[in-house]
Design a protein around this ligand. Structure first.
Ligand code: NAD
Length: 262
């Protein structure tokens, strides 16, 4: 599937990217990784822990990845070790996909007003500040510029029922993207938030009444269909190409236009 053959459109040939956030073949990060690979990029892949390695390793093999590394962003030193390995193997990096989010179940299922301090901080640390640390470590490796992508959601902007504390966490993520786009732009490093419509994934299964949200989205979106991880992957891979080199700091919706309907 991901073998590179002559005549293929490979606008990311010779580019090197880091993919964070594959849990299984339903993950948005997997849809993105396949698209980056189809465009010719070489990929390093991370997995959360030994249990998830069982699912991620065969996928990394399908991508032909030469670097498969553990990375739980809560663990001191693991993110640093990922970037050390990339530095030693490649010496440079062209793009990073950060497709990671977490909130403790009890906090995610209650009102934001009732969220615990510890739960809010954990969600913010894993889902937002880890992007900031990732960008900081990517910066010296992006010697010829690069692009950094984070996954957001419309609940950052408007109240979406049952999205609860992830709303402000994603709002912080989108604001962080804008500030880092400003700070890193002089080095040719572009930073974007990608905002997909609802997709059935493991993380999404933690959100109350998610099936309803999905059905509702597909029926209300101008392009009346559900979003797939392939849709998100293709659009994100396009943004990593030189064709998009003057785009940065945006939140880009891949939601069939649902955000214009509100
Ligand atoms: P997923 O469960 O496949 O991916 C979530 C990933 O986060 C997993 O790979 C998991 O291992 C990783 N993760 C969680 N805690 C981590 C930690 N401490 N350290 C490192 N990694 C950790 O689900 P997904 O839906 O593909 O989620 C990917 C991103 O897309 C998330 O940011 C999510 O908020 C966002 N998103 C999802 C949807 C949707 O409808 N599924 C819509 C918009 C945005």
């Amino acid at each position: 599937m991901t073998k590179i053959t002559p005549g293929m459109m490979t606008p990311l040939a010779f580019k090197k990217g880091l993919i964070m956030g594959i849990a299984n073949d339903s993950s948005i990060a997997w849809g993105c990784a396949c698209a980056f690979r189809r465009f010719g990029a070489e990929l390093a892949v991370t997995y959360l822990n030994e249990k998830s390695k069982n699912y991620v390793e065969p996928l990394a093999e399908r991508l032909g990845s030469e670097l498969l590394l553990p990375c739980d962003v809560r663990e001191e030193g693991q993110l640093e070790a990922v970037f050390d390995a990339i530095k030693n193997r490649w010496g440079e990096l062209d793009f990073v996909l950060h497709s990671i989010a977490f909130a403790p179940r009890e906090d995610l299922h209650g009102r934001l007003t009732d969220s615990s301090r510890a739960g809010f901080m954990e969600a913010m640390d894993i889902s937002c500040h880890s992007l900031i640390r990732t960008a900081r470590m990517a910066e010296p490796l992006m010697k010829n510029g690069g692009s950094i992508f984070a996954m957001s959601y419309y609940g950052a902007e408007k109240v979406v029922e049952h999205y609860n504390l992830m709303g402000p966490v994603k709002a912080a993520l989108e604001a962080s993207v804008r500030y880092m786009a400003y700070e890193l732009g002089g080095k040719g490093i572009r930073v974007h938030a990608i905002s997909p419509g609802p997709i059935r994934t493991r993380a999404a299964s933690g959100i109350d009444r998610f099936d309803e949200l999905m059905e509702n989205a597909a029926s209300r979106a101008p392009i009346q269909r559900q979003v797939s991880i392939e849709d998100v992957g293709q659009a994100t891979a396009l943004l990593a190409t030189d064709a998009a080199k003057l785009m940065t700091g945006d939140t880009l919706y891949i939601d069939g236009g649902l955000h214009v309907v509100g």
